[in-house]
Design a protein around this ligand. Sequence first.
Ligand code: MIG
Length: 679
Amino acid sequence: MIRKYVYGTPFDTEAVVGAYDLGADQPPWLTVSASGRRFSCPLEEEDQVYGLGEQVRGINKRGWRYVSWCSDDPYHLETARSLYAAHNFLIVTGPTRTFGLFVEHPGRVTFDIGDTKRDLLTIETEGEGVALYLVEGGGPWEIARSFRKLIGRSYIPPRWAFGYGQSRWSYFSADEVRQVAAGYREAGIPLDMIYLDIDYMEGYKDFTVNTEAFPDLAALSAELKEEGIRLVPIIDAGVKVEEGYPVYEEGVSKGYFCQNEDGTPFTAAVWPGWVHFPDVLNPEARAWFGDWYRVLLDQGIEGFWNDMNEPAIFYSRARMEELAGEKEKRMASGKTEPEALASMREEMGTLSNRLEDYRSFWHNTPAGPMRHDAVHNLYGGSMTRAAGEAFARYAPDKRILLFSRSSYIGSHRYGGIWTGDNYSWWSHLLLNLQQMPGLNMCGFLYTGADLGGFGADTTEDLLLRWMSLGLFLPLMRNHSTLGVRRQELYRYPDSRAAFRLMVGLRYRLLPYLYSEFMKAALRDDLYARPLAFVYPEDDMARQVEDQLFIGESIMIAPVYTQNAKGRYVYLPERMKLVRFRTLERWDEEILEKGHHYISVALDEVVFFLREGHLAPLSAGGACVEQVTAEDLTLLSFGDGAAYEFYWDDGVSTDYTDPAHITWLRAGSPKEAFHEHPGN
Ligand code: MIG
């Protein structure tokens, strides 16, 4: 049951596509301020809070103040209030009440979840105009599903996007890309994607290619595709200001860029130098920007990642001019240039992502002109939407890979997200796990973190442990920044066999992982499930913050501390431990409900099977296209174990043909494979 309450005149973010009732009487436990911007309700001692998508801290979000304000935060510290996304949905669940709240509002929103006062939840929007959706009925898992139904089906990528991807800022030339492909091939480690960071472009100009470094992108793309590898280029939000560059010229002549108060395009500095931001909140401009992706699609590219779309601003031209004036002023009053600059250190330290800049430019939205800060959180997701809508026009029957850095609820229908610039820190390995369920609740299923960590030098053991988590997550990409230790798996000869096992196991598990993803997407369900949702009656399970269910059959409990030889794992019921030592050899052991210390060597993968469930294993492959659903091996626990298996062609958008579903039963995989529901 979903009821909508309206305060003021909300901006339609188009997040909601499903059915709801207009609420008449507000629930008595919800206090709303006269301004219609502040909502609070008491939290009971036992209440837990879930959701909020891309944020720091635990799966249970209680005890911190989070702010939805899409931000290019390069640290992701425990004390961060905001990351790149605005995911304004949470679930409160406790002994007397379980409900979900979605705050539809495109500007800044603060969620004080028992931070200021341990027993109080307060949600406050900065601007006016709020639509509040109250979701009730059932436990937290049902609430999550009802909400997902309200916001519409999550983005589904092509199956090859469930392969393993290697990224780096940057692979600077076609030859470097070929070396990466060869490195993986020679090491015998599967690979499906190589990512191109900003240096494939000419002068960081979107939809251009640096033809000195990449003389023939179409040919390179075709050559790699022969080996089952796709190139996935980055697209940045800012369009370079440069005479003769058609994206710039068209955008200016059509008025498709975000504008200053006086109607001139807003100018900021990002990687290319001065840029304008396409006004993706204007449907016409959005269609125009989306169409530009065809330049790369026409060269055989089938996937993209959208970056810098909070939008990230190094500094604005207006601010630079202001500072230049200030410097002149100080020099006129007797300071030398270095003295003037030294005295302005404070001003110059706060140049990037300034609120004043976000308050200075405008969008042309269907609801009329909107100042950026009032709709800030919609920008990145609308860039994703621009691409997603264009793909649907260009190739309606084909799936194209797309994920973004910034996002809002609603943009989950157009693309996935990655979680941005994490660090090669053990704490960020755990954060990766803890972010997954909240992201899924907010609609983001195709998602993952930079495996191995983006910033700082990784270590071999961190990379190993991170890969053994990453192999279970939909977006499995290893990415790292300029200048840090290389993270390509083939560069670690001592761990070659272990990486072959970890990535290889991803491909062996693909039938299960893909099937679970597709069922979650098509049924508005979670792919990554907190134990609290699966065992809501189990007090211990409700507290588990470092284990997850991946679909219905598999529970994971990764090691996330350095030098640990294993870890404690809580089993809410009897489970079967599965320990992979090589791709072909694994041990199984049945463990009783309760706490167990489980040893996990650096070169092993350990997971748990739920009783009465099974997971199909393929024979593996060097790329996803080689993985077939023939001759599946069934990992199962319990004689009656059965599994609803989803498998389609992995490329087209015909998702709902009933022939995609077969039932697998422990003991007779072959027969089971041909047994359709209802037979
Ligand atoms: O200011 O394109 O999060 O993945 O490698 C940094 C360079 C810009 C930020 C992205 C990161 C990417 C990097 N980008």
